[in-house]
Design a protein around this ligand. Structure first.
Ligand code: SAM
Length: 297
């Protein structure tokens, strides 16, 4: 059974990148009235305590959302502001206690006509997610499926109204996840070539992690589809590996991550361009902090 629990990582720098991108994508997709189907292949528990044991033990939110929340950048980029405002909507004034994961950010942004399918395989998180979603009284708009998200999406593509966003955000606990992500995007593009496919991945020192964005770029190019690739680095990966080696260091933490989007909204690049340097300024931990933003197709 998997040991990954997103509660340790909720609100970290990778979530800031992923969720700011997600909010910016949705912001565009809900402009059209037609029904939108959103498939979240790896949904997690949906809501996380920032003052609970997991978050306090890891300290990751402290170096992520909490660095931005209390003192957002002057002239905050609209995409970053929209994300921070959404998180604020789950918290009153004062320090945030709750962090909304992708299911709840999506739920806040979708309209009554839209559909949200949430896949979560870990039994504890699937139960927590089902309980959290049940409180919304969302009826048939939202389905929680305790299934393998890589396989589960297939039955929903193409969607009836031919508009879909797929968020693929695995834990990459298993090495095969990298290949399964590429296979999911390849298969989904065959089923539904005009869907928007957003993939998060960790930028760590393993060949599969560096190969994944290259494979996704090849898939998009072969399918003749546009793509966008954004990365956020908060510290040197050498520091992270040195910390792995021990020396009484704290948990190493993730140095960097990326979002790869096939068929991004045409507005996405302009939305992320001013937000990424602000993330670097707020979340960077050493002189290696940086971002990249590329697109093609
Ligand atoms: N998308 C969530 C968010 O942004 O708030 C975080 C998801 S977390 C990175 C990945 C989740 O995928 C974990 O909760 C894990 O239990 C779950 N998981 C792992 N393998 C899975 C699979 N094959 N299908 C569905 N869920 C899976």
């Amino acid at each position: 059974m998997f040991s990954y629990r997103h509660a340790f990582h909720a609100g970290n720098h990778a979530d800031v990148l992923k969720h700011t991108t997600l909010v910016a994508i949705l912001d565009h997709l809900v402009q059209k009235d037609a029904v939108l189907t959103v498939l979240d292949t790896h949904a997690g528990a949906g809501l996380y305590r920032l003052d609970g044991d997991y978050a306090t033990k890891s300290g990751e939110a402290q170096e992520g959302i909490l660095r931005l929340y209390g003192s957002p950048p002057a002239d905050c980029a609209p995409a970053l502001q929209a994300y921070l405002d959404l998180v604020r909507g789950f918290n009153g004034s004062g320090n945030p206690k709750v962090y909304p994961g992708s299911p709840f950010l999506l739920e806040r942004l979708l309209r009554p006509q839209d559909k949200l399918k949430l896949f979560e395989l870990h039994p504890t998180d699937a139960r927590a997610l089902a309980g959290n979603i049940a409180q919304l009284d969302a009826g048939r708009r939202i389905a929680v499926l305790s299934e393998d998200g890589f396989e589960g999406v297939k039955k929903f593509l193409p969607p009836p109204a031919r508009r879909a966003l797929v968020l693929c955000d695995p834990s990459y606990e298993l090495k095969q996840d990298y290949a399964r992500v590429a296979a999911l995007v390849a298969d989904s593009l065959k089923r539904f070539a005009t869907g928007t496919y957003a993939v998060w991945y960790p930028l760590i020192a393993r060949p599969e992690a560096h190969e994944l964005p290259r494979r996704l770029r090849t898939l998009a190019t072969q399918a003749g589809k546009p793509w966008l690739h954004a990365t956020l680095t908060v510290k040197s990966s050498k520091m992270a590996s040195a910390a792995v080696a021990g020396e009484g260091a704290k948990r190493p933490g993730l140095p960097a991550s990326g979002m790869f989007v096939v068929n991004p909204p045409y507005t996405l690049k302009a939305a992320l361009a001013p937000a990424l340097p602000q993330m670097v300024a707020a979340l960077g931990q050493d002189r290696h902090a940086a971002f990249s933003l590329e697109s093609g197709g």
